[in-house]
Design a protein around this ligand. Structure first.
Ligand code: NAP
Length: 256
């Protein structure tokens, strides 16, 4: 018997087998969860469908989080197929490459809007749309953030501002949805090689500094993050909401 037997969980943000969302999906599947997946566009659909099938899911739904009609489509499809949702994994972020490459003070207005819309507002929008699908005894939402929200990390730029907004949104959503028993938490992961990470200039140097400074001398894996996501999505954390939990081998505690 798995901890998630009979639970229906939506996974947003699988782009490849390296995605953090994919490791979380695999772990949930092992524990008995039934999964649905979203994808933002046709080219990702081609990657997400076969991956979903590996975990026995044909519930694969288009949802570019910048599109209100896609968000409505997500709700309609889940209402029709499942009638309820017990959990949500939001593992989505995007910023224009130029805004990560130039000086922060030169961030474009359009780039700021895009980064905040995709990486922070999308959590509010998806929670708002799907809240009605959560059962009376509630459910759990987990999103992914990074230390660049709290400290200046070179080249993280507008994405750091978006992650700060995301973490604040986690607290406001937790307060708003708490009376429905819906818990909302964030995991602040250390650096891991994924497609999104490859868009951050000097990511290799970030990994190097992480390896030098983090108290736990081990490379961080998507499985490490998935294990904590399982805890936050499952019954062992019923009294935890609005939190940002660091899964970064202790990097964030270090000073000089
Ligand atoms: P990933 O595999 O590239 O996943 C990012 C996902 O976001 C992709 O599926 C991407 O699709 C999707 N996305 C972008 N724009 C979207 C939109 N408009 N609508 C719907 N989906 C959209 O990278 P990842 O590292 O696993 O990232 C997952 C989350 O973890 C992100 O929030 C990231 O900031 C966070 N995180 C990552 C690290 C790290 O070091 N990897 C550390 C801390 C936190 P496309 O491929 O089409 O853009």
């Amino acid at each position: 018997m798995g901890v998630f037997d009979g639970k229906k969980i939506l996974i947003m943000g699988v782009a490849s087998e390296r995605s953090i969302a994919w490791a979380i999906a695999e772990a949930l599947h092992r524990e008995g969860a039934e999964l649905a997946f979203s994808y933002p566009n046709e080219s990702l659909e081609k990657r997400v469908r076969p991956l979903a099938e590996q975990l026995g899911s044909r519930n694969v739904i288009r949802c570019d989080v910048q599109s209100d009609s896609d968000l409505q489509n997500l709700f309609n499809c889940l209402e029709a197929s499942w009638g309820r949702v017990d959990g949500l994994v939001h593992s989505i972020a995007f910023a224009e490459k130029e805004d990560l490459q130039r000086r922060f003070s030169e961030t474009s207005r359009a780039g700021f809007h895009t980064a905040l819309d995709v990486s922070a507002y999308s959590l509010i929008a998806v929670c708002g749309k799907l809240a009605r699908l959560f059962p009376e005894d509630g459910g759990s939402v987990v999103t992914l953030t990074y230390l660049g929200s709290q400290r200046v990390v070179q080249h993280y730029n507008v994405m750091g501002v978006a992650k700060a907004a995301l973490e604040a949104s986690v607290r406001y959503l937790a307060a708003d949805l708490g009376e429905q028993g819906i818990r909302v938490n964030a995991i602040s992961a250390g650096p891991i090689r994924t497609l999104a990470a490859s868009g951050i200039p000097k990511f290799k140097e970030m990994l190097g500094e992480f390896g030098d400074k983090a108290p736990l001398k081990k490379p961080l894996t998507t499985e490490d993050v998935a294990n904590v996501a399982l805890h936050l999505l499952g019954p062992a954390s019923v009294a935890v909401t609005g939190e940002t939990t660091y899964v970064d081998c202790g990097f964030n505690i270090m000073g000089i």
